[in-house]
Ligand binder design. Structure first.
Ligand code: NAD
Length: 247
């Protein structure tokens, strides 16, 4: 797979799955925008690593739940790196609690960060991609958006929303040669899952046929394929990277 000359913007790319996607795309030749919300030090480290591979990379601070900041980020991407070919909507948060205790402000924050963001970034990016008549959009959902999970109603709603959104825009954008696909990771070892208790981890693992947690690279490898020319007849799909958790 070869992404030479492509520009990829990855939201929430200073760590975890986003960082793995950024590094993988760079390995394949792409120039990278590392979006981050607050941790500039980590984002600059990812940029430094990618630049040491001989690629161009910049870090752009933007809260993806803020439409103006997202629009400015997309403009800056095109102004500095000259294009926007691949968008990976990866940024996400959890604010878990049982429904009965779930606060409206937490619900709104999760929906704004995980779902409104995908609307904002996609809308801003496709304005440019439509003119170019090419583009790849990869949205990171979750196994929880498909199967649900007690204590995660807001997160599940946001991740299920990403799937409906992606299928709809995949239909709208296919004639412009813009492919939109969804990755639904299962249990991936990152900071997000680090907060789970040993008991919760054991329960999750017992439901994984492959009997191991996934790595950020397991997700990044699929994202790279979805962004590549080798993937040309696949759009509107939800692909599970979950060790067989959901079949
Ligand atoms: P993570 O917490 O390490 O990464 C999330 C990133 O999003 C962080 O860099 C964070 O700073 C960024 N972010 C949060 N709010 C933001 C905002 N408003 N603007 C910009 N960036 C923001 O966790 P991760 O596991 O790498 O998660 C990446 C994605 O994968 C998330 O969408 C998550 O829901 C999804 N996912 C993760 C797992 C898992 O098991 N780790 C499973 C399924 C789905």
């Amino acid at each position: 797979m070869d992404l030479t000359g492509k520009v990829a913007l990855i939201t929430g790319a200073s760590r975890g799955i986003g960082k793995a996607c950024a590094v993988k795309m760079a390995e394949l030749g792409a120039n990278i925008v590392v979006n981050y919300s607050s941790n500039q030090v980590l984002a600059e480290e990812v940029v430094k690593h990618i630049c040491s591979m001989g690629r161009k990379a910049i870090a752009i601070q933007a809260d993806v739940s803020d439409q103006q900041e997202v629009e400015a980020m997309v403009e800056e991407t095109i102004r500095i790196l000259g294009s926007l070919d691949i968008l990976i909507n990866n940024a996400g948060i959890t604010k878990d609690s049982l429904l009965i205790r779930m606060k409206e402000q937490d619900w709104n924050k999760v929906l704004a960060t995980n779902l409104n963001s995908v609307f904002f970034t996609t809308k801003a990016a496709v304005r440019y991609m439509m003119k170019k008549r090419q583009g790849r959009i990869i949205n990171i959902s979750s196994v929880v958006g498909i199967a649900g999970n007690a204590g995660q109603a807001s997160y599940a709603a946001s991740k299920a929303g990403i799937i409906g959104f992606s299928k709809s825009v995949a239909k709208e954008l296919a004639q412009r040669n813009i492919l939109v696909n969804v990755i639904a990771p299962g249990f991936i070892q990152t900071d997000m899952t680090e907060t789970l208790s040993a008991q919760q981890k054991e329960i999750i693992l017992s439901a994984v046929p492959l009997k191991r947690y996934g790595s950020p690279e397991d997700v990044a490898n699929l994202a790279a394929f979805l962004a590549s020319e080798e993937c040309s007849y696949l759009t509107g799909q939800v692909i599970h990277v979950d060790g067989g958790m959901n079949m």
